[in-house]
Write a protein that binds this ligand. Structure first.
Ligand SMILES: Cc1cc2nc3c(=O)[nH]c(=O)nc-3n(C[C@H](O)[C@H](O)[C@H](O)COP(=O)(O)OP(=O)(O)OC[C@H]3O[C@@H](n4cnc5c(N)ncnc54)[C@H](O)[C@@H]3O)c2cc1C
Length: 380
């Protein structure tokens, strides 16, 4: 067994940390304040090949493995969770179904520009009345000659207000629950497709999140992904598994940032004549945080390694997401506690990580849904 990162991973880790600190950190304040994503980052990351790190270099990707993507998630989240989330949808749900199942024309028109950062993608599954129970979506796509007509509403869509295209889940055959769902590429400017509103969120304010509406929205039949109707869920299954492992990196990066801020604050804050880091109560909390971060990181790397080996990791991917997202909540709560009253003030950055990190037990499968997956995979 070898638990070390390779030389290549270490070089990348240093590179992406420097990039996040010098190129992303200065943009955070304005993005958070104005609830606007700094779009230039798509192109910047695309030019470097790291917008979609796991796609082949010939397509403009990084040709890297899952561990590299985890390192990137960790470093970007250490700086800002919202910016990280917007960028990472691009390497996952909004491109992977096209990469795996798309036609040559779809790849040429959508995928390749998306990998280079010339087109921004979104993935639209969730609806106002359908979240965890994704098979209950109501959006319909009805064939009409050489077109499909889409009707429905999608909510909470990351990058929805700024996307050039969305991969949209819609029923082509509602009599086949789950199985009758197909995926379509709907481009900005398609008649009947609009972003009806930008949503105002508690955290992750640098992500632009929206509600997408499809009103008799006509798309040509060649926008169907996979060349045949149905099977939409199977097309996103691998991407969901991969995304859950990535959450391990996202949670670890957020936890690392909270830890670093809290250690610094505890060194600076003086009460009863000494820095509060000298109190055993503070040191014990920090020691436990450091231990949990190490476990989060090493378990995530292990499952990413298993994924890279082509092993079936549905259960482990859910375990990563459940464990890291839940452990993060305790780390954030302790960080806030050590910050005392100042932590509750907007001028101290810890509150942002607390608000941002709260999301991680909810998106891409809540903690309860991860428990259901794990129990099912264990045959319970
Ligand atoms: C900021 C943000 C960004 C998002 N981005 C996207 C995106 O880009 N694309 C997209 O399609 N979606 C996106 N989502 C949607 C997200 O994936 C859903 O919010 C999530 O799947 C949960 O669905 P829900 O919010 O409808 O909660 P619900 O499904 O209504 O769940 C509410 C509560 O009930 C619990 N629950 C539900 N069913 C069960 C059960 N069977 N057993 C036990 N407990 C259960 C849940 O765990 C939860 O605690 C985003 C959401 C947010 C908040």
């Amino acid at each position: 067994m070898d638990f070390e990162l390779t030389e290549e991973h270490r070089i990348f880790q240093k590179f992406i940390r420097d990039f996040a600190e010098t190129e992303i950190a200065p943009l955070v304040e304005e993005a958070e304040e104005t609830n606007t994503f700094p779009r230039q980052l798509f192109k910047k990351m695309g030019d470097m090949g790291f917008l979609c790190p796991r796609y082949p270099e010939e397509l403009g990707g990084g040709g890297a493995d899952k561990i590299t993507e985890i390192i990137m998630a960790e470093e970007l989240n250490r700086i800002n969770a919202g910016i990280a989330a917007s960028l990472m949808v691009q390497g996952g749900l909004s491109t992977q179904p096209i990469y795996r199942f798309g036609s040559e024309e779809q790849k040429e028109r959508i995928l390749n520009p998306a990998i280079r950062g010339d087109k921004i993608g979104a993935f639209a599954l969730t609806e106002p009345n359908s979240g965890s129970d994704a098979a209950s979506i109501k959006t319909r796509a009805v064939r009409d000659g050489d077109q499909y007509v889409l009707n429905g509403t999608k909510i909470f869509i990351t990058n929805g207000p700024i996307c050039d295209y969305a991969v949209v889940a819609a029923y082509t055959d509602p009599s086949r629950r789950g199985e009758g769902i197909s995926l379509f590429i709907v481009e900005k400017g398609s008649p009947g497709f609009s972003c009806s509103r930008k949503l105002d969120k508690v955290g992750n304010r640098s992500i632009e999140t929206g509600e997408l509406v499809f009103e008799d929205c006509r798309v040509s039949a060649d926008k169907l992904i996979g060349g045949r109707e149905g099977g939409g869920f199977s097309m996103i299954a691998d991407t969901l598994t991969s995304g859950r492992i990535t959450y391990g990196g996202r949670c670890t990066g957020t936890a690392q940032a909270a830890y670093e801020l809290t250690v610094q604050y505890a060194k600076d804050r003086v009460q009863f004549g000494k820095p509060i880091i000298k109190f055993q109560a503070t040191r014990f909390k920090l020691a436990e945080m450091a231990m949990n971060i190490d476990i989060m990181r090493s378990y995530t790397y292990r499952v990413a390694w298993m994924y890279d080996q082509g092993k079936q990791v549905q259960k482990e991917a859910s375990m990563v997401k459940l464990f890291t997202a839940e452990t993060l909540q305790k780390i954030l709560a302790d960080s806030m506690q050590i910050h005392g009253g100042y932590g509750y003030m907007m001028e101290y950055p810890i509150q942002r990580f607390w608000r941002d990190g709260r999301l991680f037990t909810i998106t891409e499968g809540t903690s309860e849904i991860q428990r259901l997956v794990i129990a099912r995979e264990l045959g319970l």
